[in-house]
Design a protein around this ligand. Structure first.
Ligand code: MN
Length: 258
């Protein structure tokens, strides 16, 4: 099972969550919302686990944490994964739009200079602007648009730009989202939960709720069993990890496990 976007450090008891992830043999991308959370969150990923930690600066708090960009740069060589990053065009965050752009551009440029990263990207109400920034920094790496909720045209553009997508059970409740997922290239889709922010059945999503997304994808796609769908998702993950590993080899950096 794969959860390619979870905030492990934000659960009330992260160690219990990690224990169950390890017991289940799950693959998890543990995203962070601030560079100052990097150290503590990456320490949660016990050696030998299938948890990888992403270095991030969440667009919703970009205005509060823009001062942590030097810390972002400092840690970037330690990981091939970056996130959660991106832009948020919601009315409550629009007043900080310029700062969001400064932060996102800085990060994309840093990733580009570092030889590229796999990036978990937030694009709520900001899909066209996120895609514009990705076009401006073509060397930044491989974008994985998390919980994508843009329009059909944005999706077509994202696909043409080589974006990947991570989709979760909370997202797939919406018919609009299901219609978008039908148009995503199956070989660039991964599952996620966005726990503990995302809610499932009235509670915080847990990483292992990602299995619900696999079930829903099998239903949506219609011509594969759940087992075949699971195999495809794991093949996708292996390909993405290979991209990260190739990037690390090319840059000659010591950038953590891939
Ligand atoms: Mn998130």
């Amino acid at each position: 099972m794969i959860d390619f976007h979870a905030h492990l450090d934000l659960y009330p008891d992260p160690k219990m969550i990690v224990k169950e992830i390890v017991e289940r043999g799950m693959y998890v991308l543990s995203v962070t919302t601030t560079p100052s959370a990097w150290k503590g969150t990456s320490a949660l990923a016990t050696p030998g686990s299938r948890i990888r930690t992403a270095l991030g600066l969440h667009p919703q708090i970009a205005h509060e944490r823009v001062g942590e960009l030097p810390l972002f740069d400092l840690h970037l060589h330690e990981t091939m994964y970056v996130g959660e990053i991106g832009l948020d065009g919601g009315p409550e965050f629009k007043p900080h739009w310029q700062t969001q752009l400064t932060v996102f551009d800085h990060i994309l440029n840093a990733c580009s200079l570092a030889g590229g990263r796999v990036m978990s990207i937030h694009s709520r109400r900001a899909a066209p602007a996120v895609l514009d920034r990705l076009v401006a920094f073509p060397g930044a790496g491989t974008p994985v648009l998390h919980w994508f909720s843009g329009g059909k045209r944005d999706l077509q553009r994202a696909v043409a730009l080589g974006c990947w997508f991570s989709v979760g059970p909370a997202m797939l409740v919406s018919e609009k989202a299901r219609a978008l997922v039908r148009d995503m290239p199956r070989d660039r889709v991964l599952t996620e939960t966005d726990g503990p922010f995302a809610q499932i059945g009235g509670g915080s999503a847990k990483p292992w709720d990602a299995g619900g997304a696999t079930t829903q994808l099998a239903e949506l796609w219609g011509d594969m069993t759940e087992e075949e769908t699971d195999r495809l998702l794991h093949a996708n993950l292996r390909r993405l990890v290979a991209i990260a590993a190739a990037g690390r080899a090319k840059s000659g950096q010591d950038a953590g496990d891939c």
